[in-house]
Ligand binder design. Structure first.
Ligand code: EPZ
Length: 418
């Protein structure tokens, strides 16, 4: 297993490009199950989760390959509609094949994804949406067995915002008979990106970007071409990397509006941040103050940036309160940050970070989940001495060559074989 070794206290300066969004690429790839033919994407990041999705799509009869900038998925009829446990357990987003398989074949047998480090990650809202569209749902031996003669349009009201649930409902509804209204739909930019691709394929969707999506089912779709939106979480992570080292960093190929809630909080903390249409620049700050955040569904503060923001607050001038409202166990980076001498007290949903400039001291730490690993890399950039982050297979799931990008900004960071 690889490790990342960082020599901290080096200012990062320069320009760095964001890759395509992981959390947009995954639903887009599963949407290719909705019709045969050649789907062409660009800006698909090179990540472990993309490779896991490729393996599952191959099992379901599709072929994916890169051709220069293009990422091409050839979808064929599949005689299997089953997503097996040994594939699903590697990436819980595999549950996103449920809606497309049900819509296309009237049948889907998908392993229950199981939880992960940050929470139990139930899929009850996904299943309620499929039932509302007329599917029979059984749970047998750890598998969701979903069947329908023909999905029928329905009114789906999510009792809590769910990104994946909205994506599954959307992908099922586009081929259902009649009108579907999805209320309390998630509004994350990745939902818009998926909906925009479905429209290119011939789906009829209105209300994109709002919490009420109206879909008129169609009888068939045709493959199209699409550029994946930039990864707002990676962009926010890179912006914090500049800020935490007191440098001047411009993050390019991003959509600042997609992580505005982070930018607003960093400005409140004292950072000067300039926003352009497709780039954002953080200017050097000698010190900044602690500013409270609460994670919320979009456009609120993204839960996927909570851990990275906490690293920045560890060396703020004063305390702040970080409240995690989305997942029940997303503070595992706290004990690792404390190994770096951070002063934090946390309970299930709330952490008090007693920020103190210069408090972080390098040490060996262990990544526990994807965004926690990014948090520890950021903290290592600011700490005195050497920090080594182990189990960085977590990092490789969601960041494309992060250490190379940070090295290009002057970071003293390298990947070492354990
Ligand atoms: C997506 O996960 C993202 N993953 C997550 O990013 C992100 O943190 C999350 O949305 C919230 O923004 C992908 O897009 C692949 P949810 P998802 O359904 O769809 C509860 C990362 O780091 N819930 O919006 O699984 C759930 O437990 C990952 O890139 C139910 O109770 O998130 C959670 O508390 C981590 N029942 C809350 O809703 C359900 O049926 C939000 O979950 C579904 C969800």
């Amino acid at each position: 297993m690889d490790k990342i070794s960082i020599l901290g206290q080096t200012q990062l300066n320069g320009r760095v490009k964001t890759s395509g969004a992981k959390n947009s690429s995954l639903p887009l790839l599963f949407a290719t199950l909705l019709c045969n033919g050649r789907h062409i994407f660009t800006n698909v990041p090179n990540l472990q989760d993309i490779l896991s999705t490729e393996t599952l799509l191959a099992h379901l009869g599709s072929k994916a390959h890169r051709d220069g900038e293009k990422y091409i998925v050839e979808t064929n009829m599949s005689d299997t509609h089953k997503a097996p446990y040994d594939l699903v357990r590697k990436m819980r987003a595999s549950i996103l094949c449920l809606g497309p398989l049900l819509a296309r074949y009237g049948e889907a047998v998908v392993s229950l994804p199981g939880g992960c480090a940050i929470g139990t990650r139930p899929i009850d809202k996904h299943l309620e949406a499929m039932k509302a569209l007329g599917a029979e749902i059984d749970i047998q031996e750890g598998y969701v067995i979903a069947r329908t003669k023909k999905l029928k349009g329905a009114r789906i009201v999510f009792d809590g915002v769910t990104v994946g649930g909205t994506e599954n409902a959307l992908m099922a509804a586009v081929l259902a008979e009649g009108e579907t209204i999805i209320e309390n739909a998630a509004k994350e930019p990745e939902i818009d990106d998926l909906a925009n691709y479905l429209v290119k394929m011939g789906a009829k969707i209105s209300g994109i970007g709002t919490s009420i999506l109206t879909i008129q089912g169609v009888s068939k779709l045709t493959p199209a071409e699409h550029a994946v939106i930039p990864d707002r979480i990676e962009a926010g992570t890179l912006l914090i990397a500049g800020a935490i080292t007191g440098g001047e960093v411009t993050v390019e190929n991003c959509i600042p509006q997609h992580f505005e809630s982070l930018i607003v909080k960093m400005r409140e903390a004292g950072f000067k941040i300039d926003q352009e249409k497709t780039s954002v620049t953080v200017r050097p700050a000698k010190s900044w103050k602690g500013v409270d955040i609460q994670t919320m569904p979009y456009p609120g503060f993204a839960t996927d940036l909570q851990a990275q923001y906490m690293a920045l607050m560890c060396i703020a001038n004063g305390p702040c309160i970080i409240t995690e409202n989305i997942f029940e166990n997303r503070f595992m980076h706290v004990q690792e940050l404390m190994r770096l001498n951070a002063d934090i007290t946390s309970r299930t949903q709330v952490a008090i970070v007693r920020g103190k400039p210069g408090v972080l001291k390098g040490a060996p730490v262990m990544a526990t989940d994807l965004r926690a690993s990014a948090c520890l890399v950021l903290a290592g950039l600011a700490a005195t001495g050497e920090t080594t982050v182990s189990r960085i297979y977590h990092l490789d799931r969601g960041y494309e060559r992060l250490e190379e990008k940070l090295m290009s900004l002057g970071g003293k960071i390298k990947r070492v074989k354990e």
